[in-house]
Design a protein around this ligand. Structure first.
Ligand SMILES: [Zn+2]
Length: 557
């Protein structure tokens, strides 16, 4: 009887506490006085956020959140700064990004002379025999635009093999020493899916190798050591945190996984990594009966990444009609499309194993070929939540925009490319095809999901710059102040969603992250200005002031 009384009293007092203080949960960290755009349609705006351990306890009014402050709570007054969910970059080549931060940078070379000087300077600083790599050059920035040649750099690089890539990764310039090491001469034929550019008079290789032809040389480049890779990953992670990026989709270099595992073990992963593996490995997945996503909230194996074609800048993106600036060319199928039918076979294997695929398609014909494959497979299979993705979905036939939406394919797009390529795309493919180039608005109108990314190192790892690009479409040369094909601009809300919740959706994690919502992981970014209250062309001046991952501050300006 006595016991019962005690229990009753206990219950009574518990009930009382519950009533008088419905949520006396104490936060570890509270952000006050901020403008939070939550990306949660049920409650789009909040003034404050409470965090406990790695989760969001609540987002709401300052009054509500203040009740969660206890003796041990860290309180940060943001004085009106903007808070968004941590950015998710849905397409990166993450480790390459780290190496590019460490290596030679040719992206800002604006002339032949500057290009040569930068390479010559590098050669002076390194030992004989060491390769000069990376670079990310852009010949469209040269005045006049012209492809570099091996003769430009040979005199300064007699003892160092050179293999520097165009920023899109679809062509490289190599020097004579590298050609010699690779055994490539005027008699070497271009491989399927690639091209060795040759001088029209002498027949000698010019030093430019496109797509599959790049392998002729790149296979001779010594692998970086594990330590070098770790270093590159750490530099890349630091850079991501500075840009407010808390989640990364890494495109398909299986060798990177070991590095990420080691960083996980060392507790040094400051971004969540969702890693794609090349589709050529589909058999291995099937053998392991691996169901993806596989892993934990910091490191996951996602789906399979494949390629249908090349890139616009390298004239290897595959179109139905010839290039406007080169009527003999329509682009190339990627080597992964050979032997014929192999891509479809691999995607069928992926379907049978229940896997996600993310396939690169840039030209209109490449996108059509891929959608045909997807359509055939989906029609013959059971209904399921596939979340298959087209990476880039760059140049589309109007009918294919509809197909992307109706087949529930995610368009994994890179808005920054639009303001970059918009400088010269019309010259390459003409005005008509450009109407459905980076057709973000049309895709949204038809109901497709846009997951936004950078394609770093092709473009900067910088979601703010990407959001700016998507809402303004102002090309980098300042020649389109109203926007390049302004009818394809999207709203700020859609752009932010593309870099947050839609990125989470594209990796089956929308219940875990992507919005500032009770119970989701506390991944947040604090911005210097409320981007919803400034003219769109000022968005790019916004700075990242703080980045929070799992409730911990990983970057502070
Ligand atoms: Zn890419």
């Amino acid at each position: 009887m006595k016991g019962f009384a005690i229990i009753s009293i206990l219950f009574f007092s518990l009930a009382l506490t519950w009533q008088t203080n419905p949520r006396r949960e104490v936060a570890d960290l509270v952000l006050l006085n901020c403008a939070v755009w939550t990306v949660n349609p049920a409650q789009p705006w909040a003034e404050a956020v409470a965090i406990k351990e790695d989760k969001i306890l609540e987002a709401g009014s300052s009054q509500e959140i203040k009740r969660m402050i206890g003796d041990s709570t860290q309180v940060i007054d943001l004085k009106g700064d903007m808070v968004l969910p941590g950015f998710i970059d849905s397409h990166t080549h993450f480790l390459d990004g780290g190496f590019s931060l460490l290596g030679i940078r040719l992206r800002d070379a604006e002339s032949r002379e500057e290009f040569i000087t930068k390479i010559a300077d590098k050669a002076k600083k390194i030992e004989k025999g060491v390769w000069i790599l990376d670079g990310d050059w852009d010949h469209q920035s040269f005045d006049p635009p012209e492809l570099p040649r091996k003769e430009w750099i040979d005199p300064a690089t007699l003892h160092n093999p050179v293999c520097v890539n165009r920023y899109d990764g679809h062509m490289v310039l190599v020097n004579s020493l590298a050609l010699k090491l690779a055994g490539v001469t005027k008699d070497t034929h271009s491989p399927a899916g690639g091209e060795i550019l040759k001088d029209s008079e002498t027949g000698e290789p010019t030093g430019i190798l496109k797509d599959a032809a790049m392998n002729l040389v790149t296979k001779h480049i010594p692998e970086p050591s594990f330590r070098e890779k770790l270093k590159a990953a750490e530099v890349a992670l630091k850079h991501a945190a500075e840009k407010g990026v808390t989640s990364i989709h890494d495109m398909a270099n299986a060798d990177n996984f070991e590095v990420y595992q080691e960083l996980l073990r060392l507790n040094k992963l400051t971004a969540r990594l969702y890693v794609y593996i090349p589709i050529t490995e589909v058999e291995l997945y099937a053998r392991l009966k691996l169901k993806t996503p596989f892993g934990n909230n910091l490191l996951k194996i996602g789906g399979l990444k494949g390629f249908v074609d090349g890139s616009l800048g390298s004239s290897t993106a595959l179109f139905f009609d010839p290039y406007t600036d080169n009527p003999r060319k329509k682009g190339l199928l990627h080597s992964q499309m050979f032997p014929e039918g192999i891509m479809e076979k691999r995607i069928i294997q992926a379907e049978k194993a229940g896997l996600q695929v993310a396939i690169h398609a840039i030209g209109d014909r490449a996108n059509s070929i891929l959608l045909d494959i997807f359509e055939r497979i989906i029609a013959q299979s059971e209904k399921r939540d596939r979340r298959w993705r087209i990476e880039h979905a760059q140049h589309l036939l109007p009918g294919d925009i509809e197909r992307i939406a109706s087949l529930d394919i995610i368009a994994s797009v890179q808005p920054y490319h639009a303001i970059d390529d918009g400088r010269w795309a019309e010259r390459k493919i003409g005005r008509k095809r450009c109407q459905y180039t980076y057709a973000f608005k049309s895709l949204l109108e038809k109901g497709a999901v846009l997951a936004c990314g950078s394609d770093w190192t092709v473009a900067p790892l910088d979601p703010i710059g990407g959001i700016y690009a998507a809402v303004t479409r102002q090309t980098l040369d300042g020649k389109h102040p109203e926007g390049w094909f302004p009818e394809q601009k999207i709203s700020l809300e859609e752009a932010v969603k593309g870099y947050t919740l839609n990125g989470a959706y594209a990796e089956f994690s929308e219940n875990m992250k992507g919005s500032v919502e009770k119970g989701k992981v506390a991944d947040l970014v604090v911005l210097s200005r409320n981007i919803f209250k400034i003219p769109p062309d000022e968005i790019q001046k916004t700075e990242v002031k703080m980045t929070i991952l799992n409730g911990k501050i990983i970057y502070k300006k």
